[in-house]
Every structure is written in structure tokens, then in C-alpha cells.
Design a protein. Structure first.
Length: 83
């Protein structure tokens, strides 16, 4: 496995990881956006520009979701952890 393939594997694995956790906190949405950017870079580096373009669009969609996702209040988190 060459380094470019390993980079792509890590990028796509991070996308899956952060996607599964998005509902928990907005930081995971931001992580997903970053992983999509890595996936986009991988697509362009390997010469698959349609993949790189679509992943770049997904990164923008995720950034918008992160921006509009309601922030939870710290006091709510504390109450949940005490129960």
C-alpha cells in the first residue's frame, strides 16, 4: 500500500467515524467537514477530480450544518452527567 492510498483510507475512515458521531455534538460535524476536505484532497491527488469535487462540496455542506447546529449549554451537560 503506497502512502497516497493510506492517506485516502485514513480520510474516508475519519469521515465514517465523525459521521456516526455527528448527532452527539457539533464538534463532530466540524470533524466530518475536515475529513471531507482530506477526502477531497485525496481525490484530486489521485487524479479523480469528480470525487475530489464532490467531497469538497460535502465539506461545505458540513461546515454549513456546523454553523447552524444549535449549541448546547454547559449547564445542560453537567445536569446529564450527574444523573
Amino acid at each position: 500500500m503506497d502512502s497516497l492510498t493510506l492517506f485516502g483510507l485514513v480520510a474516508v475512515s475519519l469521515m465514517l467515524f465523525f459521521y456516526c458521531l455527528e448527532h452527539r455534538d457539533r464538534v463532530y460535524i466540524l470533524g466530518f467537514a475536515g475529513a471531507c476536505m482530506l477526502g477531497s484532497a485525496y481525490g484530486f491527488l489521485q487524479g479523480a477530480w469528480p470525487f475530489g469535487l464532490v467531497e469538497g462540496i460535502w465539506a461545505l455542506v458540513a461546515l454549513r450544518r456546523w454553523w447552524t447546529f444549535p449549541q448546547s449549554k454547559p449547564s445542560q451537560k453537567r445536569k446529564r452527567s450527574k444523573k
